[in-house]
Design a protein around this ligand. Structure first.
Ligand code: CO
Length: 205
């Protein structure tokens, strides 16, 4: 594996901080006052999908949770803690599940080979495959089938969010939690809104 010079990142960082200060003198001071992000985003850990970069966001704009294949698992204390803090402390009312075409985690689950520990995590996606077996088998081209699975996985994770006690409590308090199903395509740079693509109402608000 080639060795990269991490020092160049630190050098870049110094330049970036200086640039931010020169264009907006109170930029970092304003961050110290606290955060009020507009949305929680649940994305894949894949290095090619960086949501802040793709969506043009600045520090403080987005509360983020990432894992392999943007899974919402009811036993994942990490995700549940992030979601609870987002909804109950930060007052976030918009949650985006942000999948992406070409997802290695989705492909690995689809291929069903043995990959060790990660198989336990990918079992969440194998459930999605089982739930949509007929729909997926109707698609002849394998890439198209896996892309469809990427979309179905996003929609399934939205359903999983709705099953959390955090979501149910918020709805019980009369709060609107808007759920958004987005898929990023790194072959075009575009983010697709599945709600529009499939005309889904009101399951995904
Ligand atoms: Co991925």
């Amino acid at each position: 594996m080639c060795q990269i010079d991490l020092n160049k990142y630190l050098e870049y960082n110094k330049e970036w901080a200086a640039k931010m200060l020169s264009s907006q003198g109170d930029y970092f001071d304003s961050l110290k006052e606290g955060q009020s992000p507009k949305a929680l985003l649940v994305g894949c850990s894949d290095s090619r999908v960086s949501p802040s970069k793709v969506l043009g966001l600045e520090l403080g704009d987005l509360f983020v949770h990432r894992n392999i294949a943007n899974v919402v698992s009811h036993t994942d204390l990490n995700f549940l803690s992030v979601m609870q803090y987002a909804v109950e402390n930060l007052g976030i009312h918009d949650i985006i599940v942000y999948g992406h075409y070409g997802c290695g985690g989705i492909r690995a689950a689809y291929e069903n080979k043995s990959n060790g520990l990660i198989d336990n995590w990918l079992a969440n996606i194998k459930d999605v495959i089982r739930h949509h077996k007929n729909e997926l088998e109707e698609i002849e081209n394998e890439n198209d089938r896996i892309n469809k699975l990427v979309e179905l996985n996003v929609l399934e994770q939205i359903e999983n969010i709705k099953q959390t006690s955090i979501y149910k409590k918020a709805i019980g308090r009369g709060e609107a939690i808007r759920l958004h199903a987005w898929v990023f395509d790194f072959s075009t740079g575009l983010v697709h809104d599945l709600k529009k693509k499939y005309n889904i109402v009101p399951a995904v608000v």
